[in-house]
Design a protein around this ligand. Structure first.
Ligand code: HEM
Length: 135
C-alpha cells in the first residue's frame, strides 16, 4: 500500500530555526529535532547551525553511528520537495546548456568579456586626449 509522505520546501523548513522549533534537512528528508536539541551529544548549537540548508554533509562529517542513524527516524516528519527546491549545481548545468548555436555563443562571450573592448576604447580616448593637449 502506498504511504503518503508530507513534502516540505527548503524555504518552509528553513523557517524552523529556533530553540523551540528546529527542523533540519538530511539526505532529502526533513527532521523535526526540536525535542532532541537538549539531548543531542553534538550540542544544540550544531543542530541550529544546520537549519536552512542541506545538512547532509555536516551530518556525514560528524561520523554518526548506526544507532544515531536509527534514532533519526523518530524525528522524520517528511521529505524535501525537490521540485520547488533549486539545486545550485543543476542550475549551473542548465545555464551552460542554454548556450547553443554561434549567435548565442557570441552573445554569451560578449556578455562575459564586455569590459575588454570598453577598457581598450577608454584607454584610447585618454591617450588621444593627452596627445592632443600636448600639441
Ligand atoms: C536527526 C538528526 C541527528 C541525530 C539523531 C543525531 C544524533 C547524534 C548522536 C546519537 C550522536 C552521538 C554519537 C553517535 O552515536 O554517532 C551525535 C553526535 C554528534 N552529532 Fe549528531 N545527530 C543529528 C544531526 C546532526 C547534525 C545535522 C550535525 C551537524 C551539523 C550533528 C553533529 C554531531 C556532532 C559534531 C557529534 C559528535 C559529538 C562528539 O562526539 O563530541 N548531528 N549525534
Amino acid at each position: 500500500m502506498p504511504t503518503l509522505t508530507k513534502l516540505y520546501t527548503m524555504e518552509e523548513a528553513s523557517q524552523h530555526n529556533t530553540n523551540e522549533d528546529c527542523w533540519i534537512v538530511i539526505d532529502g528528508k526533513v527532521y523535526d529535532v526540536s525535542s532532541y536539541l537538549d539531548e543531542h551529544p553534538g550540542g544544540d548549537d550544531v543542530l541550529l547551525g544546520a537549519t536552512g540548508k542541506d545538512a547532509t554533509d555536516d551530518f556525514e562529517d560528524a561520523g554518526h553511528s548506526k544507532s544515531a542513524r536509527e534514532l533519526m527516524d523518530k524525528f522524520c516528519i517528511g521529505e524535501l520537495d525537490v521540485e520547488t527546491t533549486p539545486i545550485p549545481e543543476l542550475e549551473i548545468i542548465s545555464k551552460k546548456q542554454e548556450v547553443k548555436g554561434l549567435p548565442q555563443k557570441i552573445l554569451y562571450i560578449s556578455k562575459q568579456y564586455w569590459f575588454a573592448p570598453v577598457t581598450v576604447v577608454g584607454l584610447s580616448v585618454v591617450v588621444g586626449y593627452l596627445y592632443l593637449r600636448k600639441k
